[in-house]
Design a protein around this ligand. Structure first.
Ligand code: ADP
Ligand code: MG
Length: 321
């Protein structure tokens, strides 16, 4: 048994720092310096045990993922991460669990030079809320509302692996450790987001599935979209485990937890985008285009229309279909 202040002490010992942190953990508030001529991008997300990760998830994986989903939101804005706040609700003052959590959390803070500058520690059912802060030069951040008719629609990485892992976990059949890794350790596409400054017209990160998230972009941009299902980037491992195409497409469109970026850009920028993303070690694929009108038209490789299963995840709509 550790007690609240011992837990905070353990967190503080591993918080990291940066020159733009005038005052970190330990006072009533942190004091932080935003670079001149930059906007501060701020985003928060909560992870709840059993809702956002399976109950058997390792503490280090929870620590990684809780930060990764927040950095992913900064990536989608083309912001450079800087600081994080961590609000922990823990069932008990279990310092072993906390040390494991911090192992995964720290791994990612070191990769992206993020300083943990404050938070809150309370007792209750396991829940983690992180607020991530980053910078972008004034006017440069990518929004959901910038897509224009005729733009290409791109996605980074591959889609559906995490949803495949969740389906296997829920289905009780054979499970792939590689798919499960994609569920537990999403990669926030920070370098890709930065590379897309000045090249993309709109961006979003894929947390709830392409159907729902691209849906947000076209509504915000007042346009429509056409997607070729045959072009969806698909990992070999997902194709091996989910050979049935309509089932796989549903995982890729409605499953969620990919944390890839979906972005739009004029076709004239395609070559520059390929070069910029290659330089940041990120694969990306054009999967369709922005159209006049509204809604998303999904076309199979045979040219037939496809209707995805209920799109996106709504916590107040009774969960996944
Ligand atoms: P207060 O009562 O003034 O809110 P707390 O006792 O809650 O202060 O916290 C003391 C310090 O520890 C503050 O700087 C706070 O930001 C930090 N802190 C508390 N919990 C966490 C946490 N889970 N992660 C990071 N910093 C934390
Ligand atoms: Mg407090």
């Amino acid at each position: 048994m550790a007690g609240e202040f011992d837990l905070i002490g353990r967190i503080r010992a591993r918080a990291g720092t940066r020159p733009d942190v005038a005052l970190g953990i330990g006072d009533d508030a942190a004091l932080l310096r935003v670079p001149v001529d930059h906007e501060l991008a701020v985003s928060t997300d909560t992870l709840i045990a059993g809702v956002h990760f399976p109950d058997d998830t390792a503490p280090a994986d929870i620590g990684w993922k809780a930060l990764a989903v927040n950095l992913s939101d900064l990536a989608a804005m083309a912001a450079l991460p800087a600081w994080a706040l961590l609000s922990l609700t823990l069932p008990s003052d279990d310092s072993d669990w906390l040390d494991g959590f911090l192992d995964g959390f720290d791994e990612l803070t070191r990769l992206h030079d993020v300083a943990l500058v404050g938070g809150d520690t309370t007792r209750g059912p396991l829940a983690i809320t992180i607020t991530a802060h980053g910078f972008a030069p004034n006017g440069v951040a990518l929004r959901r509302s910038g897509a224009r008719i005729g733009d290409d629609i791109w996605v980074t990485g591959t889609l559906g692996d995490a949803a495949g892992a969740l389906a296997q976990w829920q289905g009780g059949g054979p499970r792939s450790a590689k798919l499960r890794f994609r569920l537990d350790r999403p990669t926030p596409r920070i370098a890709a987001g930065l590379a897309l400054r000045g090249l993309a017209t709109a961006a979003i990160d894929l947390s709830d599935g392409l159907a729902g998230d691209l849906g947000h972009v076209i509504v915000a941009s007042m346009v429509g979209a056409q997607i070729d299902l045959g072009r969806l980037p698909t990992s070999r491992i997902l194709a091996d485990h989910f050979a049935d195409e309509p089932r796989r497409w549903n995982l890729q469109l409605s499953g969620g937890d990919d944390y890839e970026l979906c972005f739009t850009a004029p076709a004239a920028n395609a070559l520059a985008i390929e070069r910029a993303l290659a330089a940041s070690d990120t694969a990306a694929t054009v999967i369709g285009c922005i159209t006049a009108g509204d809604g998303i038209a999904w076309a199979t490789p045979e040219g037939e229309a496809f209707v995805p299963r209920a799109s996106g995840y709504d916590h107040f709509a009774g969960g996944r279909a």
